[in-house]
Write a protein that binds this ligand. Structure first.
Ligand SMILES: Cc1ncc(C[n+]2csc(CCOP(=O)(O)OP(=O)(O)O)c2C)c(N)n1
Ligand SMILES: [Mg+2]
Length: 660
């Protein structure tokens, strides 16, 4: 390691950051300037990566959890030779560039996560380290190692304060994820000023209590950082936490060490002074110090050699283990299998079971076919019906277990599931009561932004939870989940629809999918549409029809469909069509003519769903009559609640009779 070259590269990060933020007239110079040396060491000395092949399966992962510091990441990706030009850096924070205001997965080569909401990245990294643990156990053989990489994180004070990071770190410690190494940028400054305002705990002691290996040192001691990283690797039975005392905005003569350096351009005068102090020629913009490029260029041969070594090992492994390679192909290279046409689980007409129970059966059948499907619940597996029978528990000692026990940590569970999805090779699902989707919503939102194919099993999907009362009864949650772009919410109406729902969820790779499932039993009903299995994929189908054009179309979802069917049966003299709408998003994505054929413009429209009525007018028009529950629930037997809130066949029939 040539310390002069490292310094030149670090000061180049400072130079590029100051100018990019100044040019954009917005951004966060403090973290990149404060952590420039660590960044250079990570990309130049510590990490095994290949800028020419950013998707190399066995690369080390780097997660910038403090996503606001993304000029650090962009500068390093540029300098180390990823496809990110100096012009790209000049386009920082502009529309349509590869350098958005916070890192976005899929937008910039080499960016491993969408980050910015503090704490999420650390949670993602735990998921990545879990994925590495699993894949290494599945694919490595006594003769060959094809999965062997580290997950590095740079996290800030804000990351340390957020609950999601604590949840994820607690689980990481419990699981002993030895290949997870977190660097803590301990600059003791946040937006409002010193962390003395609100944060005085001993952070390394907290991580030690979680079961992590911890060390402390200086951000500006390059040899110390290398030494501590080696030490962290040696502590292979625990994740590692390295606190690095640092100075926010280091290099800015007046603003360094203050909140002024956090999140705004330094300003012309301060930049001028900083450039003079750093030795940047007067007037130079986006200046790259002599030696900085050379430093990274000198690394390319080593990176290439390491990658070639892996290629050779992989080739030999593949030749010796064709069956294992076939698994690799299905898991890692082309991550979706075509499912057999036959039903994953069979259900008899008239059989009554909760959709969560039907989901449990279907999920188990699916997991036997899709061998990289893994997941679990936040301590509610018996209620969510997510237990994978005879597939073991993932734990410190059993990396092959496919059932995850996330503990009562919904937010951490969401972030970790995202990390597993980012990593690749595995298909994650996770579960809780629908009402607690709020506890993990920020992670669901990022899954949606990054279009991660995470499957959420949210059971107990209405006031029909019953006796547990309003705290446990979701009323606004379907609306709240449906409103997230790129997300598909599926609310199946019986066991057969649940089987279809799992297929739709599994086949969907461009965003998260929610399964909204009942606690209470529902009868399996005969479907009027002989093509229902095809049409349900479009979001809706005709569950019961009338002769000729319908006078009324009742659009019901989930548990309300069978009540709607009963109501329509009792009004046999009326022309009533019942549509089961498993997904509003899928329905809305269909051509207008198809939608109008299902729900004709001339018919009266009634929506029927045991949650808030918000959104149904948007789906059709103002004339829609919405039967729902626009208030919080109550505690009591669910049949009584159904009567109280008017979500019964009888109550609906009265409404239909009264329709003008
Ligand atoms: C969940 C979340 N809340 C709030 C913010 C807004 N925000 C961005 S950075 C920051 C805190 C900055 O302090 P620190 O994390 O120590 O970063 P530093 O200033 O040291 O770069 C805040 C509150 C955010 N990005 N995410
Ligand atoms: Mg800070």
């Amino acid at each position: 390691m040539n310390l002069n070259e490292v310094a030149a590269a670090a000061n180049t990060v400072r130079s590029l950051t100051m100018d990019a933020v100044e040019k954009a007239k917005s951004g966060h110079p403090g973290l990149p300037m404060g952590c420039a040396e660590l960044g250079v060491l990570l990309y130049g000395e510590i990490m095994s990566h290949d800028p020419k092949d950013p998707k190399w399966a066995d690369r080390d992962r780097f997660v910038l959890s403090a996503g606001h510091g993304c000029m650090l990441l962009y500068s390093l990706l540029h300098l180390s030779g990823y496809e990110l030009s100096i012009e790209d850096l000049m386009g920082f924070r502009q529309v349509g560039t590869k350098t958005p205001g916070h890192p976005e997965w899929g937008t910039t080569p080499g960016v491993e996560t969408t980050a910015g909401p503090l704490g999420q990245g650390l949670g993602n990294a735990v998921g990545m380290a879990i994925a590495e643990r699993i894949l290494s156990a599945v694919f490595n053989t006594p003769r060959h190692t094809v999965v062997n990489h580290y997950t590095y994180v740079l996290a800030s004070d804000g990351d340390m304060m957020e609950g999601v990071a604590s949840e994820a770190a607690s689980l990481a410690g419990h699981l002993g994820l030895g290949k997870l190494i977190v660097f803590y940028d301990s600059n003791r400054i946040t937006i409002e000023g010193s962390t003395d305002l609100a944060f005085s705990e001993n952070v390394p002691a907290r991580f030690a209590a979680y079961g992590w290996h911890t060390q402390s040192g200086s951000m500006y001691d390059a040899e110390g950082i290398i030494r501590m990283t080696e030490e962290a690797k040696r502590a292979s039975d625990r994740p590692s936490f390295i606190e690095l005392k640092s100075i926010i905005g280091k290099g800015a003569p007046n603003k360094a060490g203050t909140a002024k350096a956090h999140g705004e351009p330094l300003g012309a005068d301060e930049i001028k002074a900083a450039k003079a102090a750093l030795g940047i020629p007067e007037g130079a913009q986006f200046f790259v110090f002599p030696g900085a490029r050379e430093y990274f260029q000198s690394r390319h041969a080593a990176w290439k050699a390491r990658h070639a070594e892996w290629d050779a090992a992989f080739k030999a492994w593949k030749a010796e283990n064709p069956a294992l390679y076939e698994k690799w192909r299905q898991w890692v290279e082309s991550p979706r299998l075509d499912l057999p046409a036959a039903a994953l689980a069979e259900f008899a007409q008239g059989e009554t079971l909760a959709t969560r129970a039907a989901s449990g059966k279907t999920l188990n059948a699916l997991a036997r076919i899709v061998t990289n499907l893994i997941g679990g619940s936040a301590d509610l597996a018996p209620s969510n019906n997510t237990n994978l029978k005879d597939m073991g528990d993932f734990s410190r000692s059993n990396p092959l277990g496919r059932n995850f026990h996330f503990g009562i940590r919904e937010h951490g569970m969401g972030a970790i599931s995202n990390g597993i999805a980012y990593h690749g090779g595995l298909r994650p699902f996770c579960a809780t009561f629908m009402v607690f989707s709020d506890y993990m919503r920020p992670a669901v939102r990022i899954a949606a932004i990054a279009r991660l194919p995470v499957i959420y099993v949210f059971t107990h999907d209405s006031v029909f939870v019953g006796e547990d009362g309003p705290t446990h009864e979701p009323v606004e949650h379907l609306a709240a989940l449906r409103v997230i772009p790129n997300t598909v919410v599926l609310r199946p109406a019986d066991a057969e629809e649940t089987e279809s729902a799992w297929r739709i969820a599994y086949e969907r790779l461009d965003g998260p999918t929610v399964l909204a499932l009942t606690r209470q039993g529902l009868p399996v009903f005969p479907k009027a549409d002989p093509e229902w299995k095809a049409n349900i994929r479009r979001g809706a189908y005709i569950a019961r029809d009338c002769k000729g054009a319908p006078e009324v179309v009742v659009v019901a979802t989930g548990s309300e469909v069978h009540a709607a069917l009963k109501a329509a049966e009792g009004l046999a003299d009326r022309k009533i069509r019942v549509v089961s709408m498993i997904s509003r998003e899928l329905f809305l994505s269909q051509p207008a003519a198809w939608r109008a054929a299902l729900v004709p413009a001339k018919s009266k429209k009634v929506s029927f769903e045991a949650q808030v009525t918000f959104g149904w007018k948007n789906l059709f028009d103002d004339s829609v009559v919405s039967v729902g529950i626009d208030r919080f629930g109550e505690s009591g037997p669910y049949q009584k609640l159904a009567e109280r809130f008017g979500i019964t066949a009888a109550a609906l029939a009265e409404k239909l009779k009264a329709l003008k």
